[in-house]
Write a protein that binds this ligand. Structure first.
Ligand SMILES: [Zn+2]
Ligand SMILES: [Zn+2]
Ligand SMILES: [Zn+2]
Length: 148
């Protein structure tokens, strides 16, 4: 593009004392991650959230058994918990839709198995693939994750 970024900034902010520097700073601030916010690839699957650990624990749920990430209907992305979604995503969360309960929507952070909602509900709070124990307390707020 002729003129490039400086030309573009001058046109946009003609009266600013140092338009280029200001614009660069703003652009950088916007693209930099928020403190403590991260995403991580767990067994080849992208998991977004706050301080996501190697087995998908997060800053909200970090016990031995908090090793699942859940996929949200709104963005089809995996998050360790709904609080992570609330913090990191730029939109309201939607639970995983009922008509897609036969698609993978739960990730085991220990082995990387992806479970459908049905498999997750039937697994007795442990991973059918690697036997890792899942947190049974998650069932208490299941409606945030799975459409009821
Ligand atoms: Zn979302
Ligand atoms: Zn979280
Ligand atoms: Zn597993």
């Amino acid at each position: 593009m002729a003129g490039g970024w400086d030309e573009f900034v001058k046109k946009r902010c003609p009266s600013s004392p140092s338009p280029t520097a200001n614009a660069r700073r703003t652009a950088f601030a916007r693209s930099a991650p928020l403190p403590g916010v991260s995403s991580r690839t767990v067994h080849g699957v992208r998991v977004r959230g706050v301080d996501v650990g190697p087995e998908t624990r997060c800053s909200h749920y970090g016990t031995d058994r908090d090793v699942v990430a859940l996929r949200f209907g709104c963005c089809e992305a995996y998050y360790p918990c709904f609080e992570c979604h609330e913090t990191v995503a730029d939109h309201d969360s939607e639970p995983w839709p009922r008509e897609r309960f036969d698609e993978p929507a739960v990730l085991c952070g220990v082995c990387g198995a992806e479970l459908t909602v049905g498999e997750y509900r039937d697994c007795g709070h442990s991973c059918p693939d690697c036997d890792a124990a899942f947190n049974p307390g998650c069932a208490a707020h299941e409606d945030r994750y799975f459409e009821s």
